[in-house]
Design a protein around this ligand. Structure first.
Ligand SMILES: CC(C)(COP(=O)(O)OP(=O)(O)OC[C@H]1O[C@@H](n2cnc3c(N)ncnc32)[C@H](O)[C@@H]1OP(=O)(O)O)[C@@H](O)C(=O)NCCC(=O)NCCS
Length: 154
């Protein structure tokens, strides 16, 4: 699938929320957390969206990461169901890694449910490696999180 990846803007928030709500295994945020994404006093985050190359109004997926000086943490990534397994997630994360590298970040990390095999495959194919496990990190259902990290320095 041919998609373009661009920075999200405040007008994208309703679409991002709608995508997240359709994805059961995504991290679910309250509306105010999305509204705070672009607030001047909010923690620094990066939000990227993937749009159809042929129809740039058609959003296919998004990724949001929290940005600290040395590490960026991927907080959520979702690809719309009908566009999954076509490389959209890969393109979103690659662009995030490219931007992290350009910003001088050392590594990008995330937590993922152990049972989320689609997400684990995505990260594994991109070169993330497992750094440990957080026991019973997730609730409803309770499950361990795997902590994954990739170095983006040099
Ligand atoms: C996880 C997710 C973002 C992956 O996005 P995607 O666009 O389908 O991923 P890609 O097409 O780039 O696939 C990357 C790799 O993962 C594999 N993969 C993706 N989904 C898969 C699935 N359901 N089963 C098995 N492998 C899968 C692809 O085959 C590909 O591997 P390959 O190069 O060996 O073929 C998507 O499944 C999704 O939105 N899931 C719901 C939300 C979610 O769980 N987010 C993660 C929270 S941590």
């Amino acid at each position: 699938m041919f998609v373009l990846v661009r920075s999200a803007i405040p007008d994208d928030i309703p679409t991002i929320r709608a995508l997240e709500q359709q994805a059961e295994s995504a991290a679910h945020w309250a509306e105010r957390e999305y509204d705070a994404l672009f607030a001047p006093d909010a923690p620094t985050r990066i939000a990227l969206i993937a749009v159809d190359e042929a129809d740039i109004g058609h959003v296919r997926g998004f990724v949001i990461a929290r940005c600290a000086l040395d590490d960026w943490e991927i907080e959520n990534v979702v690809v719309v169901r009908e566009a999954q397994q076509l490389g959209v997630g890969t393109k979103l994360i690659r662009e995030l890694l490219r931007r992290a590298h350009a910003a001088g970040v050392i590594s990008v990390l995330l937590e993922v449910r152990e049972s989320n095999l689609a997400a684990r495959k995505l990260y594994e194919r991109l070169g993330f490696s497992s750094e440990g496990r957080r026991r019973n990190y997730y609730h409803e259902p309770m499950e361990d999180a795997l902590l994954l990290r990739i170095s983006v320095a040099v």
